[in-house]
Design a protein around this ligand. Structure first.
Ligand code: NDP
Length: 516
């Protein structure tokens, strides 16, 4: 059938017209360019239909073709496959290597390699010297995760009743590719506050445990977080096959490594409210982030009798970022993590292990290498961090406000300009959307990432320039956000088609005006 169509332009045109009628396009193309564009749509639709024929999630091929238009990749290219296999095999060792170098080599990334190279030590010696799994760490971690589950599931949000401007309680997420709108209980700020009140009450009054507890069990805790990270990822993978929360929002590429890593289910849930993505993304890892930094500060105090200004800067700047996250948790429901990413190892293991261990490297480094910055340097780092945060927050806020009010708002004192777009969801329904080209969204297409990167750089700069390890964060964030930017734009281009092209013509740069 496809060969016949490819060989006969008339047959292709007829098929195109049939397809347009089928997807609900009322006006048939009359100009050559419109016909060409519609044919391209038909071909990409047919191609995705052919690709997905072997998939097994119970959807009709037709539906899958349409879902594939703006979800995560349905076809795995060899570059993605190799990257995934490398990450699955080496990411856990990379995390271990970073933490181990601090524990045994004062955070020098090169020293262990040189010692192995010169025969002074062996990888096995290094492995044997590192702390191992311990039941104490397992108990601490089990209590921690259970406590966060209780706060998440059993305490409906009260903060929105008394904190002016805070949006909490039951909130709606964005429309999924299958056309579903999920509800979430937004109570992250409350969980963060309760956890930190208990932390400080313990540190200054009850003294049930030492505030250095996290640092003191850091490598054994790495084992525990890996166990949970893998357990959750495997469970989510099996659940996607056997009892998905919503079969229409599942995605099967036919490649099990890709499906395991990038996820099958879009919004796996247990019961009505336990949402895997919101819990693992937003609770044990991010709430722990500020506690881990506090534990590092306490360790500096214990070891040296003082806390350096660099450690205070790390605690303050990253603390602002974390509190911002929880204050804006309702907004977070509309970000790529929740709106577009499926839940697999990338999010499950990443949230349990990668985030708490690698996002906190600066504090860990400063325990082993206390850096006291000059006043001028400290002020410079603070200003960079605050400027980055301001751009990050304002850019995100502008989009949120714009989308919430459907463009009926003021951005930089004026009614925002935008490009009107349309797209179809997997159920075949047509929807309208708007892409703003005012405010920071007129400066670059992802200026929120630019602000995030400025903030990330400021955390690294607190550590001075003696070692590379603290700079891993800015390198990683640059790769993550540039990749995310390209991935998102690819998705938006599939979703909005020619309207996206009009948007990129109006705002030509991605991150830095005039450069990229
Ligand atoms: P964005 O908030 O930039 O969301 C991108 C989506 O917004 C697009 O898919 C599109 O969705 C919509 N959109 C794009 N352009 C416009 C426009 N001009 N007007 C209106 N809507 C538009 O991306 P993320 O969710 O990735 O990031 C959110 C924040 O989280 C960022 O600041 C980022 O830096 C941060 N982040 C931090 C990470 C960390 O590890 N620290 C990791 C990832 C993100 P639609 O389909 O609805 O049109």
């Amino acid at each position: 059938m496809m060969q016949t169509l490819e060989a006969r332009p008339e047959a292709r045109k007829e098929a195109t017209e049939r397809y347009l009628q089928k997807v609900g396009v009322k006006v048939l193309p009359t100009t050559d360019s419109a016909v060409a564009e519609a044919m391209t749509m038909y071909q990409s639709f047919s191609a995705s239909r052919r690709r997905n024929r072997s998939s097994t999630n119970g959807l009709g091929t037709n539906e899958k073709g349409q879902l594939g238009q703006w979800g995560r990749a349905w076809e795995v290219d060899s570059f993605s496959l190799v990257s995934i296999l490398l990450l699955l095999c080496f990411a856990p060792f990379l995390v271990f290597y970073f933490v181990m170098t601090c524990d045994q080599y004062q955070c020098s990334l090169m020293d262990p390699l040189m010692e192995v190279y010169t025969g002074k030590t062996t990888p096995l010696d290094i492995w044997n010297q590192a702390a191992s799994f311990s039941w104490t760490a397992a108990k601490i971690y089990a209590i921690w995760v259970s406590f966060q589950v209780v706060l998440y599931m059993c305490l409906p949000d009260l903060c929105h009743y008394f904190l002016p401007g805070y949006v909490g309680g039951a909130q709606e997420g964005a429309r999924t590719p299958a056309g579903i709108i999920n509800k979430y209980e937004v109570n992250g700020l409350q969980s963060w506050l309760i956890t930190h009140v208990i932390w400080f009450a313990n540190a200054y009054y009850f003294k049930w445990f030492s505030p250095t507890i996290i640092f003191d069990h850091w490598i054994p805790l790495l084992w525990c977080t890996n166990i949970l990270g893998y357990a959750v990822s495997v469970f989510a993978f099996v659940k996607g096959y056997l009892f998905p929360t919503n079969a229409k929002d599942c995605k099967f590429t036919g490649n099990i490594f890709y499906d395991f890593m990038m996820g099958i289910e879009f919004n796996p849930r247990i019961g009505k409210w336990f949402d895997f993505k919101l819990f693992f993304n937003g609770r044990p890892g991010i709430i722990a982030w500020t506690l881990i930094n506090l534990s590092y500060a306490a360790k500096q105090q214990e070891l040296y009798g003082y806390v350096t200004n660099s450690m205070i800067l790390v605690n303050v700047l990253q603390g602002i970022y974390v509190v911002d996250f929880f204050w804006n948790e309702a907004w977070y429901l509309k970000t790529i993590d929740i709106c577009h990413d499926h839940f697999g190892w990338y999010l499950g293991w990443g949230d349990c292990v990668w985030l708490p261990f690698l996002y906190t490297l600066q504090g860990l480094y400063l325990v082993y290498n206390p850096v006291q910055l000059s006043t001028a340097n400290a002020i410079g780092v603070l200003l960079l961090g605050l400027a980055g945060y301001y751009i990050f927050r304002m850019t995100n806020h502008q989009k949120d406000l714009f989308r919430r009010t459907d463009g009926n708002c003021k951005i930089w004192g004026r009614k925002p300009a935008y490009i009107e777009c349309s797209y179809s969801s997997g159920d075949g329904a047509k929807h309208k959307s708007k892409l703003m080209i005012s405010g920071f969204w007129g400066v670059a297409r992802h200026f929120n990432y630019t602000g995030d990167l400025m903030g990330s750089l400021s955390y690294c700069l607190t550590c001075g320039f003696n070692h590379l390890l603290p700079y891993f964060y800015i390198i990683y964030m640059t790769v993550l956000l540039v990749h995310r930017c390209i991935r998102d734009e690819h998705r938006c281009s599939s979703k909005y088609g020619k309207d996206w092209k009009r948007y990129t013509d109006a705002v030509p740069c991605r991150l830095i005006p005039g450069i990229f």
